[in-house]
Structures are given as C-alpha cells and as structure tokens.
Design a protein around this ligand. Structure first.
Ligand code: BGC
Length: 258
C-alpha cells in the first residue's frame, strides 16, 4: 500500500485525509476546516499545519497540497478567491517550511482531474476530457489521452461579457438565490462556450454540488456527455495525494507535467 496525505485548499474550506494511492480509498476520516476569512497566506498555512498534526502521519508519508490558483514552479500566480498576497508567492516553500517536509503542490482542479483519470470518470477515456469544479469559483482540468495540461483556468472564460465563475459557480447560485433550473441556464451558456472552444469528448462536473447532479445535469443540452465526478468532492484530496506519492516514489510516471 502506498500511503499519502492529500490536502485540498478551497475558497471556503480546507480538507485533508490519508489515502491509499494504489486504490484511491480514504484511510482516515476526512478533516474539514473553514478557510480563514480573507484567505491570507499565514492563516491558511496554520490550518494546513493543524490538519497534518491531526492526521498524525509519519514524516516519510508523502504530502500533496492543492490550491485554487495558477501554480507555476511552486509559485501561486493568481488569487481569485483568496488574498491577493498569494500572487507571486513561493507558496510551495512556505508550506514546506511550516510543515518541515517536502510537498507536491498543484492547482486544485488539476488535482481533481488527475484523480478522475486515475480512479474515476476519466479512467481509460481517450481524447479530450474537461473536468470542471463548481464551487466558490469554477476550476478546470484539461486532459488529453490521460495527460493533464495544467493551469487551464477555464472558470475565467468570458461569457456574455462576464467572468464565467462570477455567474455560473455554485457560490453564484447561492448568492443570487437561484433555483437549479435558473442556475442550469447559466451553466448551459458556460458549457456551450467550453464546447465551442475545446470540443471535448467528455465533460466531468465536480465540486461539492456534484452530489446533487440529478437536479441540474439532466437540464443541460450538450454534444458531449456530461457526467458527475465519480470521486465527488474528494477528487482534489485524492489527486494531490496520488501525485505526492508518485513524486516521492520517482516512478517516472509521465501523466502530469511538473
Ligand atoms: C481559480 C482556479 C481554481 C478554481 C476552483 C478559480 O477562481 O482561479 O485556480 O482552480 O477557482 O477553486
């Protein structure tokens, strides 16, 4: 068994668990704490440290952390739903210093995409797969023949002159008090744009609300099949853990660019 920890930092919550990366099974309960108000670096780092302490794993267990921003060589290069202080920060180093160990650090939706390729709805699916997470923002993972193209940020496509996630994320549904039917109209506009630009063979919908997929996915009319994430809202944790284990094991798995 290859044990690894996955930590998924979101605009609203921070989740973590120990994973069996051979099967994608959770070996512990999932810990979920609120993202501190303002999403400042030091505050978020403290929450991550406390989750790792609670999970009480040995120092040699690999840790993967995923985060809602563009990540280039360990640096956070955007900050849509967290403090702007993250922009340009060597965040990977910051976490490594606080945790006293190496980590694997990637975008949250990319981690979810990797997990769906390994263990879920994108497993053995050829061609272009696009995973979107509908949460505080909209995250995306673009996968071609099982290989991730990182940092695609399709939640920030311009749709009807607006940043897509500001209209179609789950938090926009909540903010504007939309019924599923009303929200589905915005999602239709969003996924029509994604389809027009990328012609995916499969669209996967993740994020916490994906557990209620029956309420809105059947309302969407698209050329490609659109399915809920098999791993629901655990996909980020699983993907981060899987990548951390692989990184540590240096298996040379070529599924994701570093
Ligand atoms: C961020 C992405 C992130 C997504 C989901 C967006 O606002 O720009 O990096 O993947 O939210 O958390």
């Amino acid at each position: 068994m290859t044990k690894a920890v996955g930590i998924d930092i979101g605009g609203t919550g921070i989740k973590g668990a120990v994973i069996d990366t051979a099967t994608g099974a959770l070996l512990t309960d999932r810990i979920k704490l609120d993202t501190p108000k303002g999403g400042e670096p030091d505050d978020i780092v403290k929450v991550v440290v406390s989750i790792i302490e609670t999970l009480a794993v040995d120092a040699e267990v690999p840790v993967g952390v995923c985060f809602p921003a563009v990540i280039i060589k360990g640096h956070t290069m955007s900050a849509a739903n967290v403090s702007k202080k993250w922009i340009g920060l060597d965040a990977e180093k910051l976490f490594e210093k606080a945790l006293g160990r190496d980590i694997r650090f990637i975008n949250d939706a990319d981690a979810a995409g990797v997990a769906e390729v390994r263990y879920g709805a994108a497993k053995d699916v050829p061609g272009v797969v696009i995973l979107t997470t509908l949460g505080t923002g909209i995250g995306s993972a673009l996968i071609y023949n099982g290989v991730l193209v990182p940092n695609t940020e399709l939640g920030h496509l311009e749709v009807d002159g607006k940043d897509a996630e500001s209209r179609a994320s789950y938090s926009a549904k909540e903010r504007d008090d939309l019924s599923f039917k009303e929200w589905a109209k915005r999602l239709q506009r969003y996924y029509d744009t994604v389809e027009a630009l990328f012609s995916p063979d499969l669209i996967i919908v993740g994020g916490g609300i994906s557990k209620s997929y029956e309420e809105f996915l059947p309302l969407l009319e698209l050329r490609a099949p659109i399915v809920p994430a098999a791993l629901r809202n655990n996909a980020g944790i699983l993907g981060a853990a899987a990548l951390a284990a692989e990184h540590r094991g240096a298996t040379g798995h070529a599924a994701v660019a570093d």
